[in-house]
Design a protein around this ligand. Structure first.
Ligand SMILES: [Fe+2]
Ligand SMILES: [Fe+2]
Length: 270
């Protein structure tokens, strides 16, 4: 079995030390194969915040990591930096690539940089990015769980979050579904949820799921949620077995002093 931990929106600079320690403890206990970090690593793209985030990732002790920048990882008030070196701080700590790719025997994970320095918060996926990710997905081996990661959500669960939805997500989801994606992971709105993308008015043609993470360790909890992370379990099915994965949300409990399983779902896949 392969285990992937999905964290997001740590916003270092606003992190809660007991929650950081609890997440390190969870990672050391469960020993995931891959860490997916879907952006907003820092609160204000400061060097000290990136350094703290990079130290935290090392402490997790996970062999493979796929990280993406979020809108908070581009300087906001430093106009010169925003214009001329928007990703300098991020790349120094998490580079060298803005659109990384990670694979193991069983997992195939493609990152998409959906931030744009000329936009404040809104994320975009371009036609070039849609095509590039689609052709990468087609190279996945049988037996690998195929995952695309963005910062802004590819789908939202509430009408009031529609303005935060990734621009260009509709055509992207259609194309990535055809190319074989199973899951699309994101963050940004600090609201964890799992959405079936094969139902509803913009349904894709084969089973695919949007899996969103809340804020892992930041004080910036919203929507009445708490700090949370996702654990995704995957075993390559034997002949005749259905493809499916398990997604668990783990919530931080101050009372328990650690992360606890809050929800477990089995997602049927194509
Ligand atoms: Fe965020
Ligand atoms: Fe964000």
């Amino acid at each position: 079995m392969s285990l992937l931990i999905h964290i997001s929106d740590t916003h270092f600079g606003t992190e809660k030390p007991p929650v950081v320690a609890a997440l390190v403890a969870l990672a050391r206990e469960r020993r995931p194969d891959v860490l997916v970090f879907s952006g907003d690593v820092t609160q204000r793209a400061r060097q000290s915040e990136f350094a703290a985030a990079a130290d935290f990732c090392r402490e997790l002790g996970i062999a493979r990591m796929l990280a993406l920048p979020g809108n908070h990882d581009i300087p906001l008030f430093d106009v010169v930096g925003r214009l001329f070196r928007p990703y300098a701080g991020y790349l120094e700590a998490f580079g060298p690539r803005l659109e990384p790719f990670v694979e193991t025997q069983d997992l195939f994970v493609v990152g998409v940089n959906t931030t744009r320095p000329n936009r404040h918060k809104n994320g975009v996926v371009s036609a070039e990015q849609v095509a590039r990710v689609s052709s990468q997905l087609r190279q996945a081996r049988r037996g690998q769980l195929r995952i695309v990661v963005t910062h802004q959500p590819a789908a939202v669960s509430r009408p009031e979050d529609e303005h935060d939805r990734l621009r260009g997500a509709g055509p992207a989801l259609q194309a990535w579904s055809v190319a074989g994606a199973d899951l699309v992971l994101g963050g940004h709105i600090h609201l964890p949820y799992v959405l079936d993308l094969a139902t509803g008015p913009q349904a894709v043609a084969r089973p695919m799921w949007c899996v969103q993470a809340g804020t892992a360790v930041s004080e910036r909890v919203r929507h009445g949620t708490c700090n949370s992370v996702n654990l995704i379990e995957w075993s390559t099915p034997r002949a005749g077995e259905p493809r499916r994965c398990a997604v668990e949300r783990w919530d931080y409990s101050a009372k328990a002093g650690g992360f606890e399983t809050a929800e477990r779902r089995i997602l049927p896949l194509a």
